[in-house]
Design a protein around this ligand. Structure first.
Ligand code: ATP
Ligand code: MG
Length: 323
């Protein structure tokens, strides 16, 4: 399958300062997304989901940098591009939406103005650009009238639709959505998910969907990648992972879903917490919370194992080859 996004061995560090050593936050993230395919990146808070997305878009904060790896967007290595090349690629090849649309919309310009300014095709006339804006507003379920409004005049759901319109105005191959529904009420959130499904078809989009909710993701994406402490610990088809999770962390995530409770049962959580990046545990980062922990898990990092089309990082499915 043609790849729209390929992330290879991506390592991201918190930069060194006078007092601290360099701290690795992303520890070799690897996954790919095919044409028109959707992948959800799932994991607890602090596992590195947003930083993965930011590294792909080359939008990492000042104090964080890519140490190693490749990010190929439609075959082009994003990490090697000049600022000018990047400006073209962002928007044209990939668009991104975020959790809080209000913080990404400029309060002093109209919605129309902001979508218009995002258009990269310089061959279009003013009239054609405006038509493109209105077409894309309609595609995201808004009316032409929204073109003339200011962000504060819109609801949270409408603001997120405007962000989606802006991300899609250049007809990119990939949409990255970082917790796009977390700040919205349940009904509005469901509307945004339905919209993403329709737009994937209409625009022939690939989707990287970031969420902490594996259940939400499994309802509409093709593949799920589970992230833990800066690594992807399992990647599988969405249905397969929900039915037969292999990694103990994935198993726990699914067992703790509200729909798995029996009536009257208390809320379940995974005991312990995500390891601190400043003092990660030895061996497998999940070993302090793992019910199946073995001696080797405390000493060595598990190898990446391919099992029936699933990629998993756990000693339960294979031991390193003795050398
Ligand atoms: N600008 C920064 N400076 C220092 N540390 C950071 C910065 N941004 C993120 N981190 C740290 O990197 C780790 C990964 O952060 P990231 O935002 O990618 O997590 P996340 O999986 O998106 O979590 P959430 O579900 O809460 O959004 C966290 O421990 C976080 O504290
Ligand atoms: Mg995040």
């Amino acid at each position: 399958m043609e790849k729209v996004l390929e992330v290879r061995e991506l390592k991201v560090d918190l930069k060194r300062d006078e007092h601290r050593r360099e701290i690795e936050i992303l520890k070799g993230v690897e996954f790919s997304i095919g044409k028109k395919e959707s992948l959800a990146l799932v994991g607890e808070s602090g596992s590195g989901k947003t930083l993965t997305a930011m590294a792909i878009m080359r939008l990492l904060p000042e104090n964080i940098s890519v140490k190693k790896g490749e990010v190929l967007l439609c075959g082009m290595n994003i990490l090697k591009m000049s600022q000018k090349e990047l400006r073209d690629v962002r928007g044209l090849k990939a668009g991104m939406i975020f959790q809080e649309p209000s913080s990404y919309l400029n309060p002093v310009f109209t919605v129309g103005n902001q979508i218009y300014e995002a258009i990269k095709d310089t061959s279009l006339s003013v009239k054609e650009k405006k038509k493109r804006c209105i077409d894309v507003l309609k595609d995201v379920g808004l009316t032409e009238e929204i073109y003339y409004r200011y962000p504060h005049q819109l609801s949270g759901g409408q603001q997120q639709r405007v962000m989606i319109a802006m991300a899609l105005v250049n007809n990119p191959s990939l949409l990255i959505a970082d917790e796009p529904t977390t700040a919205l009420d349940v009904t509005t959130a469901a509307g945004i998910i339905e919209l993403l499904k329709v737009l994937m078809e209409r625009y022939g989009l690939s989707l990287l969907f970031i969420t902490h909710d594996i259940s939400l993701a499994s309802n509409f994406v093709d593949k799920i990648a589970v992230m833990y402490a800066g690594r992807i610990v399992e990647i599988a088809n969405a249905k397969i992972i929900m039915d037969t999770p292999l990694h103990p962390y994935t198993e726990k995530l699914i067992a703790c879903l509200p729909e798995k409770y029996n009536p009257g049962e208390n809320i379940k959580t995974i005991e312990g917490s995500v390891p601190d990046f400043h003092s990660p545990p030895s061996g497998c980062p999940f070993h302090p919370r793992c019910p199946y922990v073995m001696n080797i898990c405390r000493k060595s990092e598990p190898p990446v194992i391919m099992k029936d089309g699933v990629i998993v990082r756990c000693f339960r499915y294979g031991m390193p080859v003795e050398t």
